[in-house]
Write a protein that binds this ligand. Structure first.
Ligand code: HXC
Length: 516
């Protein structure tokens, strides 16, 4: 006799079979590579016991190339909802043990269901990618699936945070969806991203390269900038995602979590001792950030790429703040193509998600050189100007030391509508450094002098005296206050509080055309 118990037993049997994915052997192979099984990944990332899975019994309808009758449990992807920090998220995770996590039409339909859900419910979307790309046997239906995903990635951009985790060899379409999302996480030895793999490269171009050298975690964290966070293990990666989600809001209508408990910065970051007065001496600007943020906790974004600019999150008075800072430790903190891209993207994320931006400035300008000019530093550099000018969130600048030329304007100057600009007494705001400036404007006097070297030194000093300080800009009102370094946190906190309800408009338009 059929009763409820029988029905439940049948359900359980079906569930157990589906959950095995590609089978025990295939799962063991993944584990041996340091990879967690697909549902373990989800369960480690989400709050314990919060995951609810959907579409477990979906079946593909492909018939060609031996697909007829071939079972692909869940069609190679697990989808569902759960919570992180007690708040809802939508998630999908591809299962490499089932046809290499390749994307067929039903697989795509499952992902799209979660994307639509996330957008409708205004909750973050997390995608764990572990896939050989478009399922070759399903032809154009796979490509159509990717198209649907890319379209939704774009639709959701700036509305809900979209997070991509690369946990396997991801090829073709499997890397383009992550490229359209806000944050990409990679793990050493596990993550690979490329449009075409080593085999295709060898057959088309005759070039030989390993998967790791072509698109491993380090390549994308240090060289291409395609990844934003790098971890040594999957567990570390999931912890990073949770940390990121503690800083950013759940959607563009919300503000980030406001932690009531305000922590003072640690005493070991003594702000008066970090910056050498000699403008040629480097220091780590992250220590300045740590000296002003709550608990000295700074969560850096794209730490390993374009390190001449620092981007990341901290809290001030319990509220999330996005930091953009020149890094004098790397290439004197100049702006170049990559650092401009990095800063501009970060600024646009903060602006889309209501996160105030604090800019720390100490830099000699845009990087000169044939390589940079030919790489398009004009176009890339313009992205910083565009991103700041467009941003309507509260914007605060602290000029620590050098603010020369285009760098002065680009790094959230008053002229690009910064709300507050503060300068330390050590600030030098000028068209260029005193040496370069004196050589140009006093060239004739220097070359014609009886002692050119002595005259040059004297002119450099003259220029320094007149322009290498914050007071010329202060006299024009371009900066609001010259402040003592020890008061930096106080001034930023006050500025953020004052700007809490900031409201400014921009001319009505369909959208702008940033220098992509
Ligand atoms: C169907 C696939 C597949 C795919 C892998 N598999 N990729 N099946 N379509 N795209 C299957 C394999 O046949 C194999 O099945 C199983 O998954 C595991 O794959 P392996 O090759 O054994 O694994 P590994 O050696 O680790 O190599 C992983 C890989 C490689 C680097 C991802 O499989 C690979 O190069 N795949 C093809 C990548 C690719 O070119 N994709 C199409 C991109 S075009 P069995 O049954 O043997 O276990 C694309 C278009 C979208 O995505 C573009 C949008 C702009």
């Amino acid at each position: 006799m059929v009763n409820l118990g029988t029905k439940i037993r049948e359900l359980k049997e079906r569930q157990e079979k589906a959950i095995l994915g590609g089978g025990k052997k295939a799962i063991a192979k993944q584990i041996a590579m340091g990879k967690l099984p697909v549902r373990d990944r989800i369960n480690v990332l989400l709050d314990e016991g919060s995951f609810h899975e959907y579409d477990l019994f979906i079946a593909h309808d492909a018939r060609e190339f031996g697909m007829d009758g071939k079972e692909l449990p869940g069609d190679g992807v697990v989808i569902g909802t759960g919570t992180i920090h007690g708040r809802s998220v939508a998630i999908y995770a591809q299962d490499f043990t089932v046809a290499g996590g390749s994307l067929g039409s039903m697989h795509a339909r499952k992902i799209v269901k979660m994307m639509d859900y996330a957008l409708r419910m205004r909750i973050p979307l997390i995608g764990i990618n572990d896939s050989g790309g478009a399922r070759i046997q399903e032809g154009v239906n796979s490509l159509a699936g990717y198209g649907e995903i890319f379209f939704r990635n774009t639709l959701a951009s700036g509305v809900i945070p979209q997070i991509s985790v690369i946990l396997g060899p991801c090829a073709g379409g499997a890397v383009y969806s992550p490229a359209l999302t806000d944050y990409v996480f990679v793990v050493e030895n596990i993550s690979k991203m490329f449009i075409t793999g080593p085999e295709v490269i060898k057959s088309v171009l005759g070039e030989e390269i390993s998967m790791e050298e072509l698109g491993g975690a380090r390549v994308h964290s240090e060289i291409t900038g395609n990844a934003h966070f790098y971890a040594l293990t999957e567990q570390e990666c999931f912890q990073q995602i949770k940390t990121l989600l503690s800083y950013i809001p759940w959607n563009n209508d919300k503000h980030s979590l406001h932690l009531i408990e305000e922590k003072q910065p640690l005493k070991k970051y003594n702000i008066e001792k970090i910056v050498p007065v000699d403008p040629t001496k480097p220091y780590d600007v992250r220590d300045i950030i740590r000296a002003v943020v709550d608990g000295s906790e700074f969560f850096e974004v794209q730490e390993k790429w374009a390190a001449n600019i620092v981007t990341g999150y901290g809290r001030m008075g319990g509220r999330t703040v996005g930091f953009v800072a020149n890094q004098p430790l790397v290439m004197a903190g100049v702006l170049d193509c990559d650092s401009s891209d990095k800063a501009a993207r970060f600024i646009r994320f903060c602006d889309a998600f209501n996160i105030p931006i604090v800019t720390m400035e100490d830099m000699p300008g845009y990087l000169p050189g044939i390589d940079q000019e030919h790489a398009g530093v004009i176009r890339h550099g313009a992205k910083v100007l565009y991103a700041y000018s467009e941003a309507t969130v509260p914007r605060i600048t602290i000029i620590l030391r050098k603010a020369y030329g285009g760098g002065y304007i680009a790094m959230n100057s008053r002229h690009l509508r910064a709300d507050f600009v503060f300068a330390w007494p050590t600030a030098e705001i000028a068209v260029m450094g005193p040496e370069g400036a004196a050589n140009i404007i006093f060239r004739k006097e220097i070359t014609e002098a009886p002692d050119p070297e002595a005259t040059r030194k004297q002119k450099v000093e003259e220029y320094k005296e007149k322009f290498s300080n914050p007071y010329v800009a202060a006299a024009k009102g371009y900066i609001d206050s010259v402040i003592e370094p020890k008061d930096t946190r106080k001034f930023i906190l006050h500025a953020i509080n004052v700007s809490k309800d900031k409201h400014v408009g921009r001319p009505s338009k369909k959208h702008g055309i940033p220098p992509f």
